[in-house]
Design a protein around this ligand. Structure first.
Ligand SMILES: [Zn+2]
Ligand SMILES: [Zn+2]
Length: 153
């Protein structure tokens, strides 16, 4: 797949070809249909986020279509239109079980703890806990802006 990638903080961002991602047991791979650009992407590129390891593909505001599903995912199948909050809780720790996934110690963040959506495909962990199906009347462009907004709110 093609990605936008940087190899050093505050360094050039270039287009490269890398291997397509595979889903984890509890994850999915999503074909990215739209991706936003956010101030948090800039903070990541500047080196302000200790979760980012190099080289890195940013992007956490996106929507897309599920392409493949991990073996232990129960609620999702290929072809569904989805978005995700950019902070994805693990679903099984104390915080998550209390309903406070935003402070989960094991959270998955596309574009921060893992490669993000400035790519043709993005792998998302903890899919059952975090994916949100898009209603027919919300298009991919509109949905791409939501992931960052609703977790922040
Ligand atoms: Zn958790
Ligand atoms: Zn954002």
């Amino acid at each position: 797949m093609k990605v936008a990638i940087y190899k050093e903080f505050q360094g050039p961002i270039s287009i490269a070809r890398v291997n397509d991602p595979n889903p984890t047991e509890f994850g999915v791979v999503i074909k990215v249909e739209a991706s936003g650009l956010c101030l948090s992407d800039w903070h990541g590129w500047m080196g302000h986020d200790p979760d980012i390891s190099l080289p890195h593909v940013p992007g956490h505001e996106f929507s897309g279509t599920i392409m493949s599903v991990g073996k232990k995912v129960k609620n999702w199948r290929a072809g569904q239109r989805v978005t995700v909050p950019f902070v994805g809780g693990c679903g099984s720790c104390t915080y998550c079980l209390e309903g406070n996934q935003q402070v989960c110690d094991f959270q998955f963040q596309p574009g921060f703890t893992a490669w993000g959506s400035f790519a043709e495909y993005v792998a998302i962990d903890y899919a059952d806990v975090n994916l949100v199906e898009l209603p027919e009347d919300i298009n991919f462009l509109e949905a791409a802006g939501l992931g960052c907004r609703f977790i922040t709110a």
